[in-house]
Design a protein around this ligand. Structure first.
Ligand code: GLA
Length: 395
């Protein structure tokens, strides 16, 4: 699949620019085992990069005056001048790239001209972070080609900044971090307060993590994502006014939360309650994963879904249906919606020998209930953004 993507992207480059691409880069999407919506609240998350990518075919140009992109999947182009100050435009996909360019330009780094064609196997609007792959992929390319000496952490933060400033989604750091720092066969345990991270072996022999795509598309610009952040911010304000000595959100106790309940109001209380519980679940899940305790991990995933659906209210009818039905099947240890919510995928922990029958049953039930053909992704945990070396290329 990767070979085909590289081939198609290279061909798209040739037809858009009538020349050969010089370098090829691959930026992955991500899954998240557990730790949802806690990345903007000093929490821990357990994501991993996957074998679905945006491929970029790139050539440095001599004129140094312009950057031109060809988005193969939209059959659209976009050009901007590298010496000019950029602002958001009406072509949504271009804003992810312009936002990255702007963040790097603001830091005083010199960037020249480029031609880039890109194409993706990460489904858009499915909660697999195609936007982070686009942002961080471009930041990585600029860093490599113009020798900017930016660290990997800086690249992830630039991606996040682009999303805040040019796209308008107040996302956390999980998606960008996973796309940059992913490692084959390893899950990342990321402390979103310090950005310290450790790699864990995903020790789940005999079980599979399978994604069911509800095909309910969302964009966090119009979902409820930014509003959830506002609810949480109100809660945090009330907590810190009462307990100013506390350093990190995750250090607030449930007793403190109860004491600030009246000041923050019921909605923010529910949101913060979910977050504090979820942060604890991630720590337990990391332990369960390293001990290979799939049963316990499954139980935690189920609790997360209940919290996301009832307390954080970011699920939807289709995802709730899918998760509820999946949990009733033999061999299923855990199921939950994954990512920002309001559509997208569920992640399911299933005994290997039951995977096929669960897929068959849920596909049929989902089709009967909503008339939608759900999609299945059996993903592999893969490396973060990297350059695909020419001599490995089959183009
Ligand atoms: C989206 C955001 C992330 C994170 C998740 C929910 O993917 O981009 O920062 O908040 O939702 O965990």
């Amino acid at each position: 699949m990767q070979e085909q993507l590289i081939k198609n992207t290279s061909e798209a480059f040739r037809s858009a620019f009538q020349s050969e691409p010089e370098r090829i880069f691959l930026a992955p999407g991500r899954i998240n085992i557990i730790g949802e919506h806690v990345d903007y609240s000093d929490g821990f998350v357990l994501p991993a990069a996957i074998d679905k990518h945006i491929c970029f075919a790139v050539k440095k140009t001599d004129d140094s005056g312009t950057c031109t992109f060809f988005a193969k999947d939209f059959n659209e182009s976009f050009t901007f001048k590298v010496k000019e100050k950029q602002s958001p435009v009406s072509q949504t996909w271009a804003n992810y790239l312009l936002g990255v360019f702007n963040a790097i330009q603001e830091s005083g780094k010199e960037i020249g001209g480029l031609q880039i064609a890109f194409s993706s196997t990460i489904p858009m609007g499915s909660g697999l972070s195609s936007s982070a792959a686009l942002e961080c992929g471009f930041a990585y390319i600029l860093n490599e080609i113009f020798n900017l000496n930016l660290t990997k952490k800086a690249l992830a933060l630039i991606g996040q900044k682009a999303e805040h400033t040019f796209v308008g989604v107040q996302c956390g750091i999980m998606d960008q971090f996973s796309s940059v720092f992913g490692k084959e066969h390893r899950v990342i345990m990321l402390d979103c307060h310090s950005l310290d991270h450790q790699y864990f072996e995903a020790n789940l022999d005999g079980y599979s993590l399978v994604l069911f795509d509800s095909c309910v598309k969302h964009t966090h610009l119009t979902s409820g994502y930014n509003n959830r952040r506002k609810d949480v911010d109100l809660g945090k304000k009330a907590l810190w006014e009462k307990f100013p000595a506390v350093q990190k959100f995750r250090d607030f106790s449930f007793e403190m939360l109860d004491e600030a309940r009246a000041e923050m109001g019921e909605t923010s209380y529910k949101r913060c309650f979910y977050l504090l519980k979820e942060i604890k679940r991630v720590e337990e899940a990391a332990q369960a994963l390293s001990e290979g305790n799939a049963e316990y991990l499954g139980k935690l995933l189920n609790e997360t879904h209940a919290g996301l659906s009832e307390e954080f209210e970011v699920s939807c009818e289709e995802l709730d249906f899918m998760v509820e039905k999946t949990l009733r099947q033999n061999g299923v240890l855990g199921a939950r919606m994954m990512g920002g919510g309001f559509g997208g995928c569920s992640i399911n922990l299933i005994k290997d020998e039951h995977v096929d029958e669960v897929i068959e049953t849920i596909t049929a039930l989902y089709k009967a209930a909503f008339g939608i053909e759900m999609k299945i992704y059996r993903v592999k945990i893969s490396d973060g953004i990297n350059e695909y070396k020419r001599n490995e290329l089959v183009i």
